[in-house]
Design a protein. Structure first.
Length: 159
């Protein structure tokens, strides 16, 4: 899977996609809004069982209280957590549909370096063409097509 210049290529298909507002970078930092350049692996697939059917046999449900720690000072930085969490976090069970289905990359994971960036996911975009906070985003239809075919360990190359 290759992302470059506003599109994702996978299995001969081109998908319109967006990256971070901060562009593509070789020097990712927490909160910079940039997407890290390089070769990453897909290490997880989460979904909202109250909103969508199981998208693939290896998908894990997102439950109320599921969080992703984005606090570089916390021991759980760039990992899945549960509330309550006495640190900065991103709620995985969002009120909007962006995280109804989410692919997790291995950026700065599992051994997270504090401040190198967290929560680099692939998810549904807010609106067509809208940049992300550092993730790769696409339409709901394209995301569902993708997750039906991606397997754990699949490479994501960001150019």
């Amino acid at each position: 899977m290759v992302y470059s210049a506003g599109r994702l290529r996978y299995r001969g298909r081109y998908i319109a996609a967006t990256s971070g507002l901060g562009g593509i970078t070789d020097f990712k930092g927490e909160g910079d809004g940039a997407t890290p350049r390089g070769t990453h692996s897909i290490v997880g697939l989460f979904y909202r069982p109250d909103r969508v059917a199981l998208p693939s046999g290896w998908a894990q449900p997102i439950y109320p209280g599921d969080l992703w720690c984005d606090d570089p000072k916390h021991p759980a930085y760039n990992h899945l957590c549960r509330e309550p969490l006495a640190a900065s976090f991103e709620n995985l069970r969002r009120s909007d549909p962006q995280y109804d289905v989410v692919l997790i990359t291995d950026w700065n994971w599992p051994e997270a370096v504090p401040g190198r960036g967290s929560a680099i996911f692939m998810h549904q975009w807010r609106q067509p063409g809208a940049p992300t906070a550092g993730c790769i985003a696409m339409s709901r239809c394209d995301l569902h097509w993708l997750v039906a075919r991606v397997t754990p360990g699949c490479r994501l190359i960001i150019r």
